[in-house]
Write a protein that binds this ligand. Sequence first.
Ligand code: GLV
Ligand code: MG
Length: 301
Amino acid sequence: MAVRARRSELATPASNDWMFDRSAAAGADMVFLDLEDACAPAEREAARGKAAKALNELDWGTTTRAIRMNGVDTRWAYGDVIEVVTAARENLDVIVVPKVRRARDVWWVDVLLTQLEETLGLEKQIALEVLIEEVEGLQYVDEIAHSSPRLEAIIFGAGDFSASQGARVDTNFDPVVDYPGDLWHYARSRIMVAARAAGIEAIDAPFPHYKDPEAYRVACDRAGAMGYAGKWAIHPSQVEIANTAFAPTPDEIAHAQRVVAAYREAEASGRGATGLDGMLVDAAHLRHSETVARKAALLGL
Ligand code: GLV
Ligand code: MG
């Protein structure tokens, strides 16, 4: 069951501290200060201190505060975790682990965090999200989804995944326009199923065309239809679109309440199914409606 809202996960390069105020005030459900690919390699070590300062000093409101560390196969990984957790302590809620290939990658971060939390006497456990963006990670996504009790969500990283797959997404071939169907449908579905089977959430990929809000909205709606709980945002202007797209509307909430009431009434009179506005209501519809109600409660709607 979801423990925090994740409709929008806004990425901000941790080296670019002039962007932090705007990100903190963007209204995102989560902001992650990125120590990985949005930072130039030469900036990655200095960016840790900038991230920790922002986590400690800015007013984040209800936004979940996160960092994206570097992958566990890089020389930066241990320093990212140790330096930022030591400096930010309880002001860091989530660490996003990129390029996860196997469950052991997550275990490595989990063990390091456990040692740090004990040493520092932290009262709150830091949660994890992982990026599936390597073909090997997709192949082992089931074991990854069950790799740590800290793990709350799996994000689909379509950019690196496409490279890992060897997909042709160059200037002569627009995968959205020129490919019949959805080039990433298999990966999205696979991640979705693994996440739900482990009782955690799936978050959809970054959308690079930040000046095309309509297309971003379509991408949000498609991911939401599959069961994704939210989407990565690469620009503050995408946050509101994702927040709206992944929240149930007042009509959906009202309908869900009517479905639950109709089902309960049928149940009380010994029936397992009934009708509402000409539509069947049975146990499966009850589950859908309960999901809508849970989402609405999580978002305070
Ligand atoms: C995100 O990190 C991606 O590669 O899409
Ligand atoms: Mg990536």
